[in-house]
Design a binder for this molecule. Structure first.
Ligand code: PLP
Length: 324
């Protein structure tokens, strides 16, 4: 199961110490996992999920992929790239009206050959069937949920824990806390399952990015549902309940995609101290949360902390106005 994937990225992604930041916060030893460097059309966490999703689509003889998201969705951009590689027709359903100028991820979707549909003013839950019905009979559509977050996609992050554990063991490093941006939940579900499957002794601190619920469920319920499916698939003994799903909601005051001073602070701190670029929507918000926890000693001093960089670079270019 865990080895049944279609190669889309370059793995393992690097893990390294952030020495300047560790100097700025002398109570902590700070590391980063570079999933912004997965290599698929500017990288990001969706590459790992798509390796499993695209494999399933190919194995089951689908020839067309549908997915959906915000106009600057990194998931949609990486899905477009994955489909180009796999020879699948890619349809993206994006929220809102078509803008005059295509920038950031939207521009890349176009270059990667995706067929783009805009929902316009329609705010309803996206109905994939209604978009795919207009396709010819020889098209067999494979539907990928928001963010690629189902149990198939989450396997990418189960596997990612195995990858990280080897890197840490090889270098004799123990990580006490892992911070990352959690939105559609597949990354979080996969990391939770991977930690239990591969016995990595660490605590996850998922920073919640948006307030929205998915498919009528609270995010906690949605994530638990993926975790329970994974438990079955991977034959895990552990019992999971809703209280096992931790989501830090201290930093999602502003709506999804709205840039505030928090994200700007985080982006410039990382850029100026380490030369690493964060994105305005996910990693900027999550890294701000981590900085706040370090600054205010919300986690035990003396610990080793890892920031899991999940990508998102192209979205920066859509936020030029807000960032200068
Ligand atoms: C999608 C995304 C996330 C969130 O991952 P989920 O699995 O949807 O929770 C985090 N960071 C970036 C850059 C993303 O594109």
């Amino acid at each position: 199961m865990i080895d049944n994937k279609f190669k889309l990225g370059f793995f393992p992604t690097p893990v390294h110490r952030l020495s300047k930041l560790s100097e700025l916060f002398p109570d902590y030893n700070i590391f980063i996992k570079r999933d912004d460097q997965t290599g698929l059309a500017s990288g990001g966490n969706k590459t790992r999920k798509l390796e499993y999703l695209i494999k399933q689509a190919l194995d089951m003889d689908y020839n067309t992929v549908f997915t959906a998201g915000a106009q600057q969705s990194n998931h949609c951009r990486q899905t477009a790239a994955a489909c180009a590689i796999a020879g699948l027709e890619c349809h993206l359903i994006l929220r809102g009206k078509e803008p005059e100028i295509y920038q950031g991820n939207l521009l890349l979707n176009h270059l990667l050959g995706a067929k783009i549909h805009f929902t316009g003013n329609d705010k309803k839950e996206i109905d994939f069937e209604s978009y795919s019905n207009s396709l010819g009979k020889n098209k067999k559509p494979y539907f990928i949920p928001y963010g690629g977050s189902n149990i198939i996609g989450a396997l990418g992050y189960v596997q990612a824990v195995k990858e990280l554990k080897k890197q840490l063991d090889d270098n004799n490093i123990k990580i006490d806390y892992i911070f990352f941006a959690s939105s559609s939940g597949g990354t979080q579900a996969g990391l939770m399952l991977g930690i239990d499957l591969y016995h990595l002794d660490t605590e996850l601190i998922p920073i919640k990015i948006d307030k929205d619920e998915t498919a009528g469920l609270d995010m906690e319920e949605y994530i638990l549902d993926i975790v329970l499916k994974g438990k079955k698939l991977l034959n895990l003994e552990k019992e999971y309940t809703i209280s096992d799903i931790k989501l830090n909601k201290d930093y999602n005051e502003a709506p999804y995609g709205v840039l505030t001073d928090n994200e700007k602070t985080a982006i410039s701190k990382m850029a100026l101290s380490e030369g690493i670029l964060l994105d305005p929507v996910y990693t900027g918000r999550a890294f701000y949360g981590m900085l706040d926890c370090l600054e205010n000693k919300k986690i035990s001093p003396g610990s080793n902390v890892l920031f899991w960089h999940t990508g998102g670079l192209p979205a920066l270019f859509e936020y030029a106005d807000g960032l200068i």
